[in-house]
Design a protein around this ligand. Structure first.
Ligand SMILES: [Zn+2]
Length: 583
């Protein structure tokens, strides 16, 4: 039993068995236990118990099921309200991916409880809530790891049981949590998705800030609709309810005074991942310095507002998602990496606190202080246009050898349809050779993120085996496939080191033995000799004449001794304009 039960009653300093019993009974009778004004947030067990209680009280409208296991060994739960079948709108809410930011845990419990108790659950809607996603982090309960946060009294830790930030794990799926989430997401295919957080960073009056799917990156028909229709309504409705919300304060300078920029949530993040399945996503960021209860209320209000907007636009949203699907299946090229367009500067009306700079008696240096008694409202610079920096050609199909099972496991979780190569065979395919790549020297989220800087595509014979996978791009997961299997995509499996073993040469030569072979080669092949000599003289002119082994290496790589598969990206593209094989 958590000491929580004592902490909630201010006058009680000692946890008696009686108070524990009372608390347990209260939990069973009234899930409103976790409503606002208590300044506390439930543990994982308490949150699950509260949803179990709701399920028991409202068995016809609710469902609680496990959808996988977390890294720490405890099951992941999803609580459903409303009909899963035939829903005109599916909304998925994820909580406590960062368990130190639990506003959404409380908000969802109260939101669900009120809708069920008051009979206000809208019909035709399916609402799915993950009570606590990062269970391992949630079990690392502590008072203080959110150094700058105003409550609650205790909460979980950001890293999961493997010290992973789960909000960077949606593509690589190092955690069991993420792989289970991928499968749940593909199954539910939510129209709207909300991931609840608490902010870090600057101080300003707004309690809630919002990261939406970046509209330019979302692209297609959904991006403009989100930007021009849905987002203005969400900001309008929040303001009308007295809770003016602002875009996430990702400052251009050290304070909001200099302006803010849109956050680019690439597919490693929850909403970026959702965009790969044509789901519009929102990350709510409640402000860390506002009282916990205010943060819970603002997060809950956003859930109301986004649900109402979703219902208003349910039919249009479904149509747009279908159009988005068709667009990405039939595209010739799609963007797979983006950068902020710094030339495109918009303005945004923003309310901030005056920033003061003072001398710190502690460090003797200048420090920043926000003056909460001095509020300003004016237009600040807002940079929110992103431009594609890399585009990838969409092939009719990818061919992925079964050897790359860690990749195939992730595709399977995402509902990707695959056809087996029926027999051992050799096919002419478009093969990507990686000419230049570089990786970070320090680990980032369990990997050494690899930039694939230069590639060349050649049509070559590729040996395939029965059971290797042919993956058509004419399927709902087309965008997911392009942004994970195109090697230069920002969150490609290649960037997350899944194919690093393909980047190593396995066989070499001894120069003293190969010397005679090399001599024979240039005597028998006049063209080869010309190319070899041209390269040698080019290097000499460049001031870096080639040594003995380097000269032989050129000929070795042109010889049948060279393996030819090192630095060859082992995901192949079926050539455009040719009917798919094995159909
Ligand atoms: Zn967070």
């Amino acid at each position: 039993m958590s000491t929580h039960f004592c902490l909630r009653a201010d006058s009680l300093r000692v946890c008696t068995p009686f108070t524990i019993l009372l608390s347990a009974l209260a939990l069973a009778w009234s899930p409103r236990l976790w409503s606002q004004n208590l300044g506390t947030t439930p543990t994982w067990a308490e949150a699950v118990a509260a949803y179990q209680s709701l399920r028991d009280r409202f068995p016809d409208q609710t469902h609680l099921r496990e959808f996988g296991t977390s890294d720490v060994g405890r099951p992941l739960h999803v609580f459903s309200m409303g009909a899963e079948e035939d829903a005109t709108l599916t909304l998925l809410v994820n909580n406590a991916i960062h368990p130190g930011e639990p506003c959404g845990v409380n908000a969802c419990l109260d939101w669900a409880t009120d809708m069920l108790q008051q009979g206000t659950l809208p019909s035709g809607v399916h609402i799915a809530i993950i009570p606590m996603y990062n269970i391992g982090g949630g079990l690392r309960r502590n008072c203080c790891t959110r150094a700058n946060q105003n409550g609650p009294e205790s909460y979980g830790f950001r890293g999961n049981a493997r010290n992973l930030d789960l909000n960077r794990d949606f593509i690589k799926c190092d955690s069991r949590n993420a792989l289970a989430f991928n499968a749940l997401f593909a199954e539910l295919s939510p129209d709207l998705f909300v991931d609840t957080h608490t902010s870090n960073g600057a101080d300003y009056p707004a309690t809630l800030t919002l990261i939406a799917s970046q509209p330019d990156k979302l692209g297609g028909v959904l991006g403009p609709w989100l930007e021009n229709t849905l987002l203005p309504e969400l900001y309008r409705d929040m303001e009308a309810q007295g809770e003016a919300m602002t875009p996430y304060v990702h400052t251009l300078g050290s304070t909001p005074d200099d302006g803010i920029q849109d956050f680019l949530e690439t597919p490693r993040y929850s909403t970026g991942y959702g965009a790969l399945h044509h789901t519009i996503g929102f990350t709510t960021e409640a402000h860390m310095l506002k009282p916990f209860d205010d943060r819970v209320n603002a997060t809950r209000l956003f859930l109301d507002v986004v649900l109402e907007a979703g219902i208003r636009h349910a039919a249009a949203l479904r149509t747009l998602r279908n159009e988005q699907d068709a667009l990405f299946r039939s595209a010739e090229h799609i963007d797979v990496a983006w950068t902020l367009d710094t030339a495109s500067v918009d303005s945004l009306q923003f309310s901030g606190y005056a920033a003061r700079y003072e001398w710190s008696p502690l460090t003797g240096k200048r420090r920043l202080r926000y003056d909460r008694d001095s509020t300003w409202t004016r237009n600040i610079r807002h940079l929110h246009r992103y431009a594609g920096t890399r585009s990838a050609s969409v092939p009719p199909a990818f061919i992925v050898p079964q050897a790359w099972r860690h990749v195939l496991d992730r595709l399977t979780a995402n509902g990707v349809e695959m056809t087996d190569v029926p027999r051992d065979t050799t096919l002419q395919l478009d093969v990507t050779h990686i000419l230049q790549h570089s990786a970070g020297s320090r680990p980032y989220e369990g990997h050494h993120y690899r930039n694939i800087d230069a590639v060349e595509v050649r049509r070559e014979d590729v040996q395939l085996f029965a059971g290797d996978k042919v993956i058509s791009l004419d399927q709902p997961a087309a965008r997911y496939l392009m942004e994970t299997l195109s090697p230069q995509a920002v969150d490609a499996f290649a960037a997350w080191n899944f194919f690093d073993s393909a980047l190593q040469q396995k066989e070499y030569f001894s120069a003293y033995v190969f010397e005679e072979n090399a001599q024979d080669m240039i005597e028998e092949d006049a063209q080869l000799k010309r190319e070899w000599e041209a390269l040698r003289s080019q290097k000499k002119q460049e001031g870096s004449p080639m040594g003995h082994r380097a000269q032989l290496d050129l000929l070795y790589k042109a010889s049948p001794h060279f393996e030819g598969t090192s630095d060859r990206y082992p995901v192949y593209a079926w050539p455009k304009g040719q009917p798919l094989p094995f159909r």
